[in-house]
Design a binder for this molecule. Structure first.
Ligand code: PSU
Ligand code: MN
Length: 307
């Protein structure tokens, strides 16, 4: 009954059958967003965090052309360490399946597959969005349009300032994607607590997010995704001065090296991790673990209401 040929991990299949809380997790942050060898360790810690908060983790990815919802540790290791793991957005899923590829799913692809599998909550680090220069390049992540038609709550720390944050928020409005701040009315900027823009809505508890998701399901013809923007506490953010300097340098290198398209996001993330001497990695890990914890608590609240 799904749109995709999915293989479920055993634990995820059992949890979905029993209507226990499940949290979807993406694999692009593991394969392309975090440096090795930390990426595999972080991927395992994300899953552990979801478990500790009472939900079952379902990391999604493609192994040998098979879409898996709930990668086991060997599969996770393969996507974290193998060379040539493709970065898969929604449009790539069919050809990757047909050619037997290994691939990591982006926010767009993970959302689409998770929703098809009946999972309502997804935790990630940062969302893709409208790139700077998009007026010339048309480079806007498929994350945005996919969320306009995919019923799932995505817990993230906003978008990185490598993007045009204001334009991203405008596009989310146009596309009808819900955006709520978690205990904030400011849209977070991933590494930094405040991304520089106001939000119309703030929610205060996992139960309020679960209630919003339920209300959105009742407005189905108009209900796509819901972004739950969860900022880092100010004292845990990346030093804003270091952040601004690193960003300016990264953007200059991007232009110098002529990097475009789907390579832009991984290139800038790698630049941050090396140029800050690991400081941005530590912040990145904190962000993901906090989002995994909140997503799990939302999934627990949602399954309590549904039950
Ligand atoms: N933003 C981050 N870290 C990431 C990504 C985005 O802070 O790892 C990944 C996500 O998987 C997201 C993808 O879906 O990059 C967006 O890529 P693109 O801009 O090519 O659509
Ligand atoms: Mn792009």
């Amino acid at each position: 009954m799904t749109d995709f040929h999915i293989r479920h991990g055993r634990e995820v299949a059992e949890a979905l059958r029993a209507r226990r809380p499940v949290v979807a997790l993406e694999s692009t942050i593991v394969s392309h967003g975090l440096p090795r060898p930390d990426n595999l360790l972080v991927a395992r810690r994300i899953e552990q965090t979801v478990r500790e908060a009472g939900a079952v983790p379902a990391t999604i990815g493609m192994v040998g052309g098979q879409l898996v919802v709930g990668l086991d540790d060997a599969e996770l290791t393969r996507l974290a360490t193998a060379d040539g793991v493709a970065k898969l957005s929604v449009r790539d899923l069919a050809v990757a399946a047909a050619t037997g590829a290994d691939g990591a799913t982006t926010v767009a692809a993970t959302s689409a597959v998770a929703a098809a599998a009946g999972i309502g909550v997804f935790a990630t680090g940062g969302l893709g969005g409208v790139h700077r220069e998009a007026a010339q390049t048309f480079d806007e992540s498929a994350d945005l349009v996919t969320l306009s038609r995919t019923p799932i709550a995505v817990v993230c720390a906003g978008v990185k300032s490598i993007l045009d944050v204001g334009a991203t928020l405008e596009r989310l409005e146009t596309l009808g994607v819900g955006v709520v701040g978690y205990r904030t009315r400011r849209f977070p900027g991933f590494f930094v607590t405040d991304g520089g823009f106001d939000l119309d809505w703030s929610v205060d508890s996992p139960e309020q997010v679960a209630a919003t998701m339920a209300a959105r399901a009742g407005q189905r013809a108009h209900g796509g995704g819901l972004i739950v923007a969860n900022p880092l506490p100010v004292d845990e953010q990346l030093d804003p001065e270091l952040h601004d300097r690193t960003l300016a340098e990264g953007l200059a290198r991007l232009a110098r090296d002529g990097v475009t398209g789907k390579a832009v996001t991984p290139y800038l993330l790698a630049h941050f991790h090396s140029a800050t001497g690991g400081a941005s990695l530590a912040v990145n890990v904190r962000i993901i673990l906090r989002n995994a914890d909140l997503a799990a608590r939302i999934a627990v609240a949602a399954s309590a209401t549904a039950g």
